[in-house]
Design a protein around this ligand. Structure first.
Ligand SMILES: Cc1cc2nc3c(=O)[nH]c(=O)nc-3n(C[C@H](O)[C@H](O)[C@H](O)COP(=O)(O)OP(=O)(O)OC[C@H]3O[C@@H](n4cnc5c(N)ncnc54)[C@H](O)[C@@H]3O)c2cc1C
Length: 431
């Protein structure tokens, strides 16, 4: 089960018409909706399950520039500004705390990776710096790990995924956005060669533009319209502890664990060195496009063939407008947490910071992320379907950039000056 999000009273009615339909009430759809509503543009957000039921409630809540691709950093810097303004904008705390993020290295190879990354972003003048093992011990006391060094960005932050999603949804609704839950969009409706609406399981909504922010499901949705979005699913397991005394407010990522303070006083922990790759037909179809990543990160993926292959095969890849779609069959993607990975993470963390011996597990969950071949999202229009814009494929790091990513998507939809140069996120780059 995912972490529970503060209840949001959404609309029981499906409007007949609007200007913009957003498919998906994850953090990206919600931030885009908020931005459009602030410009006075009528928006309906249609969600097959519940607000932030998938990735957007399950993530770790890290808001970072550290280790991002240089092309992705302008978006992260814009997001920092927007996160800082968010409490005032939505009239609620979203858990945003600029407590810093640190990655630590066990060997020279890992340290070189951090140093090389820092070199690659030198021109961006970030507040990132390399740390010695002594500086790590001073910032995160009580450790017993043998770190050769680390990298630290004081302006990196955390926010609370469930709190933020719910607060942004409520603020968007207060500004006129209609959110409809438990309602899948089955297909786009087009007329005269452009988008003119969406067909949902409860009927049609006429609109001028559609923003697809469907996370994991965007590939299947687009595939039904003959558009190939080459994303693959990977699953990450997480645990949260009961409230406890911890060593630091800083979020710390080691090669085989990470932790960050949670708003309730506990810690969010994960096995940073491993993700589950449950094979699906898409892994076989797209695998070749991911070979460079696979070679570089072979040890990082735990590849297995099992139940998910058949579950995925049982979902249609093509369906007619009036037919039940795969999105109604899986209201909320809720993979089981991998206890072995969670146990690993906690054991590794306890060895490094023994204060975590007192950690008691309050909850465990997993979430499935949607990865693109270059690990950057797609935020852009689809030339083949005028009126359709994508904001998807956030590759496991879209929560941190979400206020800016949703803003950029809204800019493209409304024709406003983009908040940053959208070129790195064009859909065509993946063609
Ligand atoms: C375990 C885990 C840890 C992570 N940690 C971090 C982190 O620390 N920092 C960070 O920046 N990022 C992190 N991420 C990634 C981050 O959570 C995602 O990039 C981000 O939430 C993506 O938001 P989204 O709105 O695109 O997708 P989602 O939250 O998945 O939302 C998409 C929504 O679209 C809905 N939908 C899809 N198709 C349809 C349809 N046809 N009709 C109606 N509704 C539809 C789905 O039901 C879903 O609710 C993590 C992810 C996971 C799983």
């Amino acid at each position: 089960m995912s972490p529970s999000i503060d209840p949001v009273q959404t609309s029981p009615q499906l409007p007949a018409a609007t200007s913009v339909v957003i498919i998906g009430a994850g953090i990206i759809g919600l931030t885009a909706a908020l931005t459009l509503a602030e410009r006075g543009i009528p928006v309906v957000v249609v969600e097959k399950g519940r607000i932030a039921g998938e990735q957007s409630s399950r993530n770790l809540g890290w808001v970072r520039k550290t280790s991002r691709h240089a092309d992705d950093i302008p978006l992260a810097l814009a997001a920092d500004r927007l996160w800082a303004q968010m409490p005032e904008r939505v009239g609620a705390d979203v858990g945003y705390r600029q407590a810093g993020i640190m990655f630590i290295a066990r060997n020279e190879a890992q340290m070189n990776m951090h140093a090389n990354w820092l070199k690659s972003v030198e021109h961006l003048n970030l507040d990132t710096r390399l740390l010695s093992s002594r500086e790590i011990a001073a910032k995160v006391p009580g450790g017993q790990g043998n770190w050769v060094g680390g990298i630290f960005t004081q302006s990196d932050a955390r926010a609370e995924p469930t709190q933020a999603s719910s607060a942004i949804a409520k603020a968007a609704m207060a500004k006129g956005v209609v959110i409809v839950e438990n309602c899948a969009v089955r297909t786009l409706v087009t007329s005269a060669g452009k988008v003119s609406g969406v067909l949902t399981e409860r009927g049609e909504i006429r609109c001028d533009q559609v923003l697809l922010a469907g996370g994991l499901w965007s590939r299947r949705f687009l595939g039904n319209h003959g558009v190939d979005l080459p994303t693959l699913p990977l699953t990450c397991s997480v645990l949260r502890t009961e409230p406890m005394e911890g060593p630091t407010e800083i979020a710390v990522g080691a090669p085989d664990f990470s932790f960050r303070k949670h708003k309730d006083g506990g810690f969010i922990i994960t096995q940073r060195g491993k993700l589950d790759a449950f094979l699906t037909l898409d892994h076989l179809l797209l695998g070749r496009r991911y070979l460079p990543q696979l070679k570089a990160q072979r040890d990082f993926l735990k590849i297995s063939l099992g139940k998910y292959f058949l579950d995925d095969l049982s979902l249609a890849r093509r369906w007619k407008a009036g037919a039940v779609s795969p999105f109604e069959k899986v209201r909320v993607q809720d993979p089981a947490a991998n206890q072995t990975l969670n146990d690993d993470a906690l054991r590794n963390l306890r060895a490094a910071w023994p204060v975590f011996e007192q950690a008691r597990i309050a909850q465990a969950w997993a979430g499935t992320i949607d990865v693109t071949p270059d690990s950057n999202p797609v935020i852009g229009r689809v030339a083949a379907i005028p009126g359709l814009t994508l904001a998807t494929g956030f590759s496991g790091h879209g929560f941190g950039t979400s206020p800016a990513a949703g803003h950029l998507a809204a800019d493209l939809v409304s024709g406003d000056t983009p908040i940053i140069d959208p070129a790195p996120y064009r859909f065509e780059r993946l063609a």
